[in-house]
Design a protein around this ligand. Structure first.
Ligand SMILES: Cc1cc2nc3c(=O)[nH]c(=O)nc-3n(C[C@H](O)[C@H](O)[C@H](O)COP(=O)(O)OP(=O)(O)OC[C@H]3O[C@@H](n4cnc5c(N)ncnc54)[C@H](O)[C@@H]3O)c2cc1C
Ligand code: FES
Length: 317
């Protein structure tokens, strides 16, 4: 694991809010494995928490690390502002990746949506020594555009889109189901929306096929120092950042940890969120002060009126 100051080579919007970030790396790149991730520091100092992003591709010939990410919230929006020549701090590679020490196997690789991200590296490592079928899917054409940068020569590739704009209409699940009926696979590797990993993981277990799923969980530290990413597995509580993100499908009890893990955010709100909260509190104070001032004025007015009527009454007497 390295903490490396790297240089941004490019950060290109490839459509649909998805970016391909390329950075120069001297040390971390040498250790990076398919399925591992990096904690990437945002450009603005407002963000104290780094964002977890999967290794997309490590080109060890050119020393270029690639990340494929989608703008989701404030942090990834900030990442999208990196430009050529900027300094970028990365921490990694982190976690346990896919099992790649295999030869001569029939392998099914499945990437749904941003789950396509770790598959470029995985395919590049497995290809040549194994027979690979790749099913990639997404909402529309923009979700699939990233495949243009993959080396898919010799790989049986199937594309699905929800709107049918390219490839088969529908989700990767229906294509995977039909492939599993047609052929016996030795291993399945899946990354994508949790519902997809849930269904394919169960299908693999039913058919007794070794299957690994790459889970997502909200992360604060990325290095097992907090408890935010803990999930319950058949081996007890495990940390997605350290024991995963890749898990054997048979060990996963709840494939949707992201819905249950908000502790990191609660214990480590980043500066941006803190600032927002402080602004809100400041505004509330100002409103209250205003109201108080108005009340005081009203009270003052009432007092003056009372004095006037008292004087009048005295005069009448
Ligand atoms: C191991 C791993 C690998 C990932 N790889 C990729 C990838 O290759 N490409 C990609 O586009 N996305 C990836 N993600 C998801 C990505 O980390 C989130 O979309 C991103 O952190 C959202 O940050 P934000 O500030 O834009 O959103 P916000 O919702 O504003 O984030 C608020 C906080 O919650 C955390 N958070 C929010 N959503 C997630 C999430 N889904 N996973 C983890 N933390 C989250 C953020 O890090 C931040 O600390 C990965 C997540 C994990 C856990
Ligand atoms: S993110 Fe802190 S322990 Fe996993």
């Amino acid at each position: 694991m390295f903490l490396e100051d790297s240089a941004v080579l490019s950060n290109v919007n490839i459509g649909g809010g998805k970016y391909l970030l390329k950075i120069a790396s001297q040390t971390a790149i040498k250790a990076a494995k398919a399925g591992q991730f990096f904690m990437i520091k945002c450009k603005s100092e407002y963000f104290t928490l780094r964002r977890p992003i999967s290794l997309h591709y490590a080109n060890t010939k050119t020393n270029i690390l690639e990340f494929y990410y989608e703008v989701k919230g404030k942090g990834t929006k900030d990442l999208s502002s990196f430009e050529f020549g900027d300094k970028i701090e990365i921490h990694g590679p982190l976690g346990n990746g896919f099992s790649t020490n295999i030869v001569g196997k029939e392998i099914l690789v499945v990437g749904g949506g941003m789950g396509i991200a770790p598959m470029k590296q995985l395919i590049s490592i497995l290809k040549g020594t194994n027979k690979i079928t790749f099913v990639a899917g997404g909402r529309d054409f923009s979700a699939i555009k990233i495949l243009e940068s993959f080396d898919l020569e010799g790989i049986s590739t199937f594309v699905t889109t929800d709107d049918g704009s390219i490839g088969l209409r529908g989700s990767v699940v229906s294509k995977v189901s039909s492939l599993l009926e047609e052929k016996k696979y030795d291993s399945i590797y899946v990354c994508g929306p949790h519902v997809i990993m849930d269904i394919i993981g169960k299908l693999a277990i039913e058919k007794n096929i070794f299957c690994e799923v790459s889970l997502e969980s909200r992360m604060a530290c990325g290095v097992k120092a907090c408890v935010g990413c803990s999930i319950l597995t058949t081996y007890g509580m495990k940390k997605v950042c350290h024991d995963g993100p890749v898990f054997d499908a048979t060990s996963v009890i709840n494939v949707r940890p992201i819905e249950n893990t908000t502790a990191c955010e609660i214990s480590f709100p980043d500066n941006e969120e803190k600032k927002e909260q402080e602004n809100k509190e400041e505004k509330n104070k100002e409103e209250k002060n205003k109201e108080q001032k108005i009340d005081n004025k009203k009270l003052e007015k009432k007092k003056i009126e009372k004095k006037k009527t008292d004087k009048k009454k005295k005069g009448v007497k």
